[in-house]
Write a protein that binds this ligand. Structure first.
Ligand code: FE2
Length: 203
């Protein structure tokens, strides 16, 4: 196994143990199959290395391990086929660390690194999986249908219930996040028609 994956796994585990919201969401998996797979390169791996986002000291190791793994990661192309896919994937990227087909195979949860460049609005989307976002570096505004937007920085987290539309807006800073899924994890995210709540519209 490439030591960059092992270092990222160790950083994710350390963050899990140090963060009550993560521990409450799911246990950190203990039975992990190593299945590195082929990388799917993305220019965002370079962007992530050059501008990973500012962080506070507890999160620097996780940020740097995520940045180091970017060039060997299998970046996802979830929205590439959609009308805004090319534009979205120039600003937003995601790769998996833990999960059924991830570098470390896990059955009951999935864990992703998500990076978004400054000044982009990732539109409302939803999925059956329950989701927890933890900001590792930088900051972003998190929108959840029915709630006021929340601007979160390193160490802060937000929970997205199953099927509830949510969105992500970056302003002057990029954001790097660690995202956990549980529940029904096979269905990919799809764009939501719109938020029902006016206050959650993008700026
Ligand atoms: Fe989501």
């Amino acid at each position: 196994m490439d030591p960059r994956w092992t270092a990222l796994l160790d950083a994710a585990r350390a963050a899990h143990e140090a963060t009550p919201e993560l521990r409450a969401f799911c246990p950190f998996p203990t039975e992990l199959r190593e299945q590195p797979g082929d990388p799917r390169p993305d220019p965002l791996s370079v962007t992530l290395q050059e501008a990973p986002g500012a962080t506070t000291s507890p999160w620097q190791g996780f940020r740097d391990a995520a940045s180091a793994a970017g060039p060997i990661a299998r970046w996802r192309d979830t929205y590439r086929h959609t009308a805004i896919g090319e534009e979205l994937h120039r600003h937003f990227g995601c790769f998996e660390l833990l999960g059924q087909d991830a570098p470390f195979g896990a059955k009951d949860m999935r864990g992703f690194l998500v990076y978004q460049r400054p000044g982009y609005h990732y539109p409302p989307h939803h999925h059956p999986a329950e989701e927890l976002y933890l900001v590792i570096a930088g900051e972003a505004e998190f929108h959840l249908d029915g709630h006021a937007p929340r601007r979160l920085g390193p160490g802060e987290s937000v929970f997205h219930p199953s099927g509830v539309p949510h969105a992500l807006t970056t302003h002057e800073s990029p954001v790097l996040t660690w995202v956990l899924w549980r529940g029904e994890m096979e269905t990919r995210p799809v764009f939501s028609p719109a938020f029902s709540d006016q206050q959650a519209s993008p700026r």
